[in-house]
Design a protein around this ligand. Sequence first.
Ligand code: HEC
Length: 184
Amino acid sequence: MDNAAKAIAAYERTLITPDSAYDRYVKGDKKAMTEQQVRGMDTFAKTGCTACHSGPTFNGSANLPMGQGFFMKFPIFPGSVYETKYKLTEDLGRHTVTQQDADKHMWRVPTLRNLTYTAPYFHNGLVKSLDDAVRVMGKVQLNKDLSDKEVQDIVAFLKALDGPFPQQTMPRLPPTPGNLLTAN
Ligand code: HEC
């Protein structure tokens, strides 16, 4: 069991996309991101998104002990139109697992890498577009009504976090002579 778990973990550690436009930009290639994406990165930080989405995968603090996710309340600011439109409070989140009152509506802060491939968004998948997901986050987490331009800039930045997927070669076991199911 231990070896199988280690093997799967070792494989999973290769499932990363560390060569996005953003990564190349951070490494010094200032042309890797478009002007709009750079602007979006600034807006993302200035708006306060980095309070929760920080670190190399934008899923929270990198300083947490192993195995502990970074959970945050969602929605923080109650009563917005999005809360009813997207049924944001119907599911109690982490509380369902722990039964602790403090865990009501606590959700794991997710990575923001490769979002283009993972619509629909949020725990219940009711938000279909990335534009709307950004608008919802601004309103219910930071109490800010983002303008269309700010939303577009942030979405452009988030797209800079898409990276090429790793090439995978499937392993093949060597044939064992004399031990085949078919005669030869
Ligand atoms: C107070 C913490 C906090 C702040 C601030 C915050 N987020 Fe989030 N974000 C979360 C949590 C928690 C979730 C997961 C919610 C869920 O699962 O329903 C999330 C989910 C998301 C998602 C959906 C990801 C997915 O795969 O479904 C996007 C996109 C996102 N945030 C972008 C942003 C942007 C852009 C900002 C700034 C406008 C922002 N967030 C600010 C905590 C935060």
